[in-house]
Every structure is written in structure tokens, then in C-alpha cells.
Design a protein around this ligand. Structure first.
Ligand SMILES: [Ca+2]
Ligand SMILES: [Ca+2]
Ligand SMILES: [Ca+2]
Ligand SMILES: [Ca+2]
Length: 258
């Protein structure tokens, strides 16, 4: 009982500093996502640092961007959160992770991470494993796959060559579920992942921005988001607003004096 009490106390004290905690199980309810058949299903908990939604629908011939494939290749939503220990990722897609026809050309890609947002993706998190890569491994990537659409891709596809830095965790679902978002009959699959931020070394926590991107090996559809770790560094938008805010306060003070 005493141990439990101390643990609870530590949890309570740490609550204000605890930015995020997710169970990496492929169930995205802990991100605040729902399956009510409404557009609001995609909106995560307020704590999520950055996220983007691009829910499309249609048959295999339906254009996505840059490629085709309709719901079966639709990358629908990508979410990023982090705390002092981990970078957390969540992905919703219409692409079944078991898709592997044509020698893997249409199989799932890996999570790609670009520090500095300069188009060079330094790190990759291996999603499904295979081809000598360990599922959940974080790689310093020397060669990325590039998909079918050249410069129109938002980013790379799968880790082809790289050095294993350490282990994260990736869980994904292979049974499609319906009733998420307004295209209620469409099937959806989920990826949930975390990476210890210590594995990023000096890249992490310097206020440097990063991109996280995911697509499948054909890159028919992709999504990218831009979190900013080291949030103590104000973004340019915040800085620009500061003088206006100060001017407003000065004006208010003058009026009160007058
Ligand atoms: Ca979860
Ligand atoms: Ca969709
Ligand atoms: Ca999409
Ligand atoms: Ca980079």
C-alpha cells in the first residue's frame, strides 16, 4: 500500500509536467480519435502538438495526390506529440498494411523524419520489418526509396539502407474498420509508434524544426506534418505578434492614465 501511495503521489506531482502518454497498441482512442461517422472523428486531444487530415474516398482509379488508388491508398491523418522522453506518432490510412503485391511495390512505407525541414530525411522508423530491417528500429538512413512520382512526392517511402540507432516501437492493425469520418463505409487501418528522443542525439531539443512524413512504397498518397520540439523558442509568428501586444498594452495604460 505504501509503495502504491508513493507512486500515486509521484504521478500527481508529475501531472503538470507530463505532456503526453500513449499506450502503443494501435488503438488511437488515447489520442482522442473517434469512430462516430462524423468529420469530428479526426480531431485529436488538445495536447497533440501537430496533426493534419486529408480524408479522401473512391475506387482504385480515383486520383489522390500525387498518384491514384482511392480509399485503398488514402493516407488520411497523421498526428505527432512528444514529451521529455518520447516522440509519439499516430497514422490513419485506408491502405492495408498487408498490401504487398508486385514485389512489395505497393507495401507500406516507413516513418521518415527530416530535421531542419531541408528535404534530407536523417531518420527512419521501420514500420513492418523485413528486408533485413527490424520492426520498430530507428535508422540513420543513407538510402531512401522514392516511389513512383518523382519530385511530386511529399517525401521518401521506405528505408533501403541505414544504420540501426536504437529501438522505438511500432504497432499497426491489419483488420479494417469502418465508420471513421464522413465516408462511413470506408475501411481504416491504424499505426501507433514512439521513439525515445534521446536516440536523435543533438538533433532533438535545440529548437530545430522537423518534418514527419509517411507514404506507401508507390507513394500514391502521402502526408507530412511539422512539429517544433524545444517549444521554448518562439515561432516567428509569435515574435511578430509580441510588439503589437505590447503596443496594445501601452495604449490601454495611456487611456487609463488619461
Ligand atoms: Ca493507443
Ligand atoms: Ca478516406
Ligand atoms: Ca489522403
Ligand atoms: Ca534534414
Amino acid at each position: 500500500m505504501r509503495i502504491r501511495f508513493i507512486f500515486s503521489g509521484a504521478l500527481a506531482m508529475g501531472l503538470s509536467m507530463q505532456a503526453a502518454a500513449y499506450t502503443i497498441d494501435g488503438n488511437l482512442a488515447d489520442w482522442g480519435l473517434h469512430r462516430n461517422g462524423s468529420a469530428a472523428d479526426w480531431t485529436p486531444n488538445a495536447q497533440a502538438k501537430v496533426w493534419t487530415v486529408e480524408d479522401q474516398t473512391g475506387g482504385r482509379g480515383t486520383h489522390l495526390t500525387p498518384g491514384y488508388g482511392g480509399q485503398a491508398y488514402d493516407v488520411e491523418a497523421l498526428y505527432v506529440d512528444y514529451d521529455a522522453s518520447y516522440l509519439y506518432l499516430a497514422l490513419v490510412t485506408g491502405h492495408n498494411p498487408l498490401t504487398s503485391n508486385c514485389g512489395g511495390n505497393y507495401a507500406p512505407g516507413d516513418f521518415a523524419i527530416d530535421f531542419g525541414r531541408n528535404g534530407s530525411y536523417e531518420f527512419g522508423l521501420e514500420t513492418t520489418g523485413g528486408n533485413g530491417k527490424i520492426q520498430g528500429g530507428l535508422y540513420a538512413v543513407s538510402t531512401w526509396g522514392t516511389g513512383l512520382w518523382g519530385a511530386a512526392n511529399e517525401g521518401p517511402t521506405s528505408i533501403l539502407n541505414g544504420t540501426l540507432i536504437g529501438m522505438g516501437a511500432v504497432v499497426y492493425t491489419t483488420t479494417g474498420v469502418a465508420n471513421m469520418g464522413i465516408y462511413a463505409a470506408d475501411q481504416h487501418y491504424f499505426y501507433e509508434a514512439r521513439i525515445p528522443v534521446a536516440l536523435f542525439g543533438a538533433y532533438w531539443g535545440t529548437g530545430d524544426a522537423l518534418d514527419v512524413e509517411w507514404t506507401m512504397n508507390c507513394a500514391n498518397d502521402s502526408l507530412k506534418v511539422d512539429p517544433v520540439p524545444g517549444a521554448s523558442v518562439p515561432e516567428p509568428g509569435t515574435l511578430a505578434l509580441l510588439p503589437l501586444g505590447l503596443l496594445g498594452m501601452l495604449g490601454l495604460a495611456r487611456r487609463r492614465r488619461g
